[in-house]
Write a protein that binds this ligand. Structure first.
Ligand code: KIV
Length: 272
């Protein structure tokens, strides 16, 4: 599980604050399963987000709305089990905290209790600040999420850049301050102008983690399948491919098929 208090290298919310103070950037990536999380953790990732993007990446849904608390718990438990080093954050899925403060607190506690993750992440600003405060007071560290918040995709009507206009930018800054005051230890800033992300980073005590938010945030997050080049055809401006896993897997599978078909696999040395 994720509670390795004896492991000195385990990254905690305190480490995040120390990294911000020292100007050391935080590298976060998503993962949704034990095997992938183990690779990321061993490679030195600072934090793994069990994002509700599991809905898209793992289940093939169009958006993040259908994924349930039970499904997030299934993914988060597998990831937490693999992590010796990384701080593990689990998204609270759509519908698990919007209806009431009490329901939000109950679901956050359930997620931490049943998975061993270190923290939960929630989308929204001032409207969820009171719920965030309640969850933090219950002992669960919270990451906020502002800018493009995919759980509100039907309100936005698309996945474009957020807070381009002055009014929306001012609201985002006020939301960040409200979340900071409610006790979040980090804020994810998704698809907002770099200058706004820089201003939020200067104004809040919490660590900021950007995705499509420029280079001035305290850290960066990417969906692992996008960053490692597994998802063909998805290449927004903010994304860099750090590997070509799609090609690597395709070539491996093609070779497997070829050797099964021509009976060269398994060989004598691979037989009992
Ligand atoms: O669910 C997710 O993967 C996220 C990241 C895009 C930040 O929230």
């Amino acid at each position: 599980m994720g509670y390795l208090t004896t492991d000195k290298k385990k990254i905690t919310t305190k480490t995040f604050a120390e990294m911000k103070a020292a100007g050391e950037k935080i590298a976060q990536m998503t993962a949704y399963d034990f095997t992938t999380a183990g690779i990321l953790d061993a490679a030195g990732i600072d934090s793994i987000l069990v994002g509700d993007s599991a809905s898209n990446v793992m289940a093939g849904n169009e958006d993040t709305l259908p994924i349930t608390v039970d499904q997030m718990i299934y993914h988060a438990r597998a990831v937490a089990r693999a992590c010796k080093h990384a701080l593990v954050v689990c998204d609270m899925p759509f519908g698990s905290y919007q209806a009431s403060r009490e329901e939000g607190i109950r679901n956050a506690i359930r997620i931490v209790k049943e998975t061993g993750v270190d923290a939960v992440k929630m989308e929204g600003g001032q409207e969820i600040a009171d719920t965030v405060r309640g969850i933090v007071q219950a002992g669960v560290p919270v990451v906020g999420h502002l800018g493009l918040t995919p759980q509100s995709i039907h309100v936005f009507g698309g996945y474009g850049l957020r807070a381009k206009e002055e009014a929306e930018a001012a609201k985002l800054l006020a939301d960040a301050k409200a979340l900071d005051e409610a006790g979040v230890f980090a804020i994810t800033l998704e698809k907002v102008p770099a200058s706004l992300a820089a201003e939020v980073t200067r104004c809040v005590r919490a660590v900021t983690i950007g995705i499509g938010a420029g280079n001035a945030t305290d850290g960066q997050v990417l969906v692992y399948a996008d960053a490692l080049g597994m998802t063909k055809g998805f290449k927004p401006k903010f994304l860099r491919h750090f590997a070509d896993v799609n090609r690597c897997m395709t070539e491996g599978v093609e070779e497997y098929v070829r050797t099964v078909k021509d009976s060269s696999f398994p060989g004598v040395e691979e037989s009992y």
